[in-house]
Design a protein around this ligand. Structure first.
Ligand code: NDP
Ligand code: 2IT
Length: 449
């Protein structure tokens, strides 16, 4: 372990001992603590107030049984989680992930990162995350509904519009949020903004569906602009083909880039003419089918098995928008060797620490997830504001606010990196800028809460 600060070394050591079986959580904590070396050196008050010891421990975590009945009448049991990580600057806020790989480590890494991301948005939202090891693939609509209702029957006891406001993530989109919202309302008899990503007819915000993907591109465009570059005429690879990936592909295309490959967990499609977004949306959003369908429908495109192979496609810009640790050291080296000069993370923690090191040591412009994908949760916070006002903004109004927020996040992360002697390192800049606001709020609110 190579921490220079004795305080950071001690905190990380205790996190490792307490959470030994949680590799994703430890990965996320280590990256943030490493970024904080120059901050800790300047701010002895952080140690005096036990800020880091408190920050790495969730304020509250619940784990619960989610039992439901499948279409054959059999009882199924899944495990549900909600980690309410930090409420120093606002109600807990963060998505719900439904995927068989979900466990405490995955939800805690996501909840921990959400603290800093949400702080970076400049809006009053704390950090949290939830989910279940439920696998939505192959389930009927009724099974999804019954699962979501059972999940919410327990979760409703712990959330609220001013307490904790969940939203979508992998496996949770408008359909699931609708079923969860309906169940919350039945149980609590309250029409309130307790979830975001809702349907437009019952309190959802225009542009929330597009927000994460659009935001990734707004952030990337700003990062490229500072380096005298743009999306114009560039070949772009976008991994995933879910909510984030689809709208990152839409905005990339609008900004003049050409999306030449997209993936799902089974493999990737390559289309040298540029991905036809309408066909992709039909397959993924409407039919919920596999991505190989695309190659069957679009002449000139090909399907290759194995999602990791997407990083062998030669590109100028890479937007990983699927899942954590999808780019390892080897994939990063391949991207660099193929001339990729910018990587922006749409997914949460898609690059391993070794991959990030490869990008940074090769001068690749690198936009970390906490900053680059913050547009989704920022627009969720705008949805909360609209719900509180019982009013709604137009698509253009929300999109304009989102754009402004992403430009600000870029500026604040770049400025923090410079101020702390790491100019150009947006990983450090985003972690520091996000951290400082939360740390000060925790300090001023005192130790007991
Ligand atoms: P979706 O469920 O809509 O899409 C997920 C996509 O990633 C699918 O194409 C899926 O393929 C693929 N994928 C998921 N898990 C794996 C895996 N283990 N291996 C390979 N491919 C996988 O989710 P989102 O688009 O909402 O989320 C994508 C990422 O963006 C996640 O990291 C999420 O945390 C992050 N994010 C999401 C935000 C949002 O607003 N939705 C906001 C900020 C970040 P398949 O269908 O085959 O499983
Ligand atoms: O990772 C994320 O920021 C999200 N899944 C969105 C969270 C939200 O509350 O909109």
């Amino acid at each position: 372990m190579s921490f220079k600060s004795e305080y950071l070394a001690r905190v990380y050591d205790s996190v490792c001992k307490r959470n030994a079986n949680e590799p994703e959580f430890l990965q996320a904590v280590k990256e943030v603590l490493e970024s904080l070396e120059p901050v800790v050196a300047k701010r002895p008050d952080l140690e005096k107030n036990g800020i880091l010891e408190r920050l790495v421990e969730p304020e509250r975590g619940i784990q619960f049984r989610v039992s439901w009945v499948d279409d054959n009448g059999n009882v199924q049991v899944n495990r549900g989680y909600r980690y309410q990580f930090n409420s120093a600057i606002g109600p807990y806020k963060g998505g719900i992930r439904l995927h068989p790989s979900v466990n405490a480590s995955v939800i805690k890494f996501l909840g921990f990162e959400q603290i800093f991301k949400n702080s970076l948005t400049g809006l009053p939202i704390g950090g949290g995350k939830g989910g279940s090891d439920f696998d939505p693939k192959g389930k009927s609509d009724n099974e999804i509904m019954r699962f979501c209702q059972s999940f919410m029957t327990e979760l409703a006891k712990h959330i609220g519009a001013d307490t904790d406001v969940p939203a979508g993530d992998i496996g949770t989109g408008a359909r699931e949020i609708g079923y969860m919202y309906g169940q919350y309302k039945r149980i609590r008899n309250e029409f309130t903004g307790v979830l975001t990503g809702k349907g437009i007819s019952y309190g959802g915000s225009l542009a929330r569906t597009e927000a994460t993907g659009f935001g990734v591109c707004y952030f990337t465009a700003e990062m490229l602009k500072a380096a005298g570059k743009s999306f114009e005429g560039k070949n772009v690879v976008v991994s995933g083909s879910g909510n984030v990936a689809i709208y990152a592909a839409v905005k990339t295309t609008a900004l003049g880039g050409k999306v030449i490959a997209m993936s799902d967990s089974s493999g990737y499609v390559y289309d040298p003419n540029g991905i036809n977004i309408d066909v992709m949306k039909q397959i993924k959003e409407v039919e919920r089918a596999r991505i190989s369908e695309y190659a069957k429908r679009v002449p000139g495109s090909t399907f290759t098995e194995g999602c990791k192979n997407i990083w062998t496609v030669k590109c100028d810009i890479a937007l990983p928008c699927a899942t954590q640790n999808e780019i390892d050291e080897e994939s990063a080296k391949t991207l660099v060797a193929n001339g990729c000069f910018a990587v922006a993370e749409g997914a949460n923690m898609p690059s391993t620490p070794e991959a990030v090191a490869v990008f940074q040591s090769n001068g690749v412009l690198f936009a970390p997830a906490k900053a680059a994908n913050a547009g989704g949760v920022a627009t969720s916070a705008l949805e909360m504001s609209q719900n509180s006002m019982r009013y709604s903004w137009t698509f253009e109004e929300v999109d304009q606010k989102l754009h402004g927020i992403m430009v600000n996040i870029y500026k604040n992360a770049a400025a923090a990196a410079k101020e702390y002697g790491m100019e150009g390192n947006l990983v450090a800049g985003a972690n520091i800028a996000g951290f400082l606001k939360v740390a000060d709020a925790m300090k001023w609110q005192g130790v007991a809460y």
